[in-house]
Design a protein around this ligand. Structure first.
Ligand code: VGL
Ligand code: ZN
Length: 203
């Protein structure tokens, strides 16, 4: 077991991000078993869950004449439009059925406000509305976080950079993550994480 101040944050390992899902990430399901094993190393285990109301502002279907994977300007900045995904209470929003839940101590849901997306498990896409995860981790005495899950270039990336900005020591296990890779988003994410001081690890 790692020291008591280390947390594992498992990002969005949900059906809609796995093969067959609404916003499937290639080989997204391949991370499930190795993440299950990795959980045993950590005294603190947190899951995040993308959790949108129907008609969410990040869905292309909520805008006239917009297709998935286009970009629009929202009051808080540019927003990629996605296929409808992770709608609250649906099978698509459920965790992958193979993901272990027994060691999970906290589940943080994000993206539940209709008008704003939330890639990061710490802040919504306005970069200021907190999810409460920072407070939880600080209350638990956590100083170092390791992130894994889906998708490497969106929610893992935004969560890792925010954690680093907040002063946590941050590692990302690339081999326990998979990317969407939209228009160079993976390279940009890796660069941004490195610049933020995130340690990128592949075993
Ligand atoms: C995610 C796009 C939209 C993610 C969530 O989990 O990376 N990506 N919603
Ligand atoms: Zn989403």
């Amino acid at each position: 077991m790692r020291p008591a101040n280390e947390a594992l944050i498992v990002i969005d390992v949900q059906n809609d991000f796995c093969p067959g899902g609404a916003l499937a990430v290639e080989d997204g399901d391949k991370v499930v078993q190795p993440i299950n094993t990795f959980m045993d190393e950590f005294p603190v285990v947190v899951l995040s869950q993308d959790w949108h109301p129907a008609g969410h502002g990040s869905f292309a279907s909520s805008h006239t004449d917009k297709a998935p994977f286009g970009v629009i300007n929202m009051p808080y900045g540019p927003q990629v439009l996605w296929p409808d995904h992770c709608v609250q209470g649906t099978e698509g929003a459920a965790f992958h059925p193979g993901l272990r839940l027994d060691r999970t101590q906290m589940i943080v849901r994000k993206g539940f406000r209709p008008e704003i997306d939330s890639y990061s498990a710490f802040f919504e896409n306005d970069y200021k509305t907190p999810t409460g995860l920072q407070g939880y981790l600080r209350d638990r005495g956590v100083g170092k976080v390791t992130l894994v899950g889906l998708a490497l270039d969106f929610c893992v990336n935004f969560s890792a950079v925010d954690a680093a900005k907040l002063g946590f020591e941050v590692a990302v296990r690339k081999d326990l993550s998979r990317a969407i890779d939209l228009d160079g988003s993976l390279d940009a994410a890796l660069k941004g994480m490195r610049e933020a001081g995130v340690e990128l690890v592949t075993l």
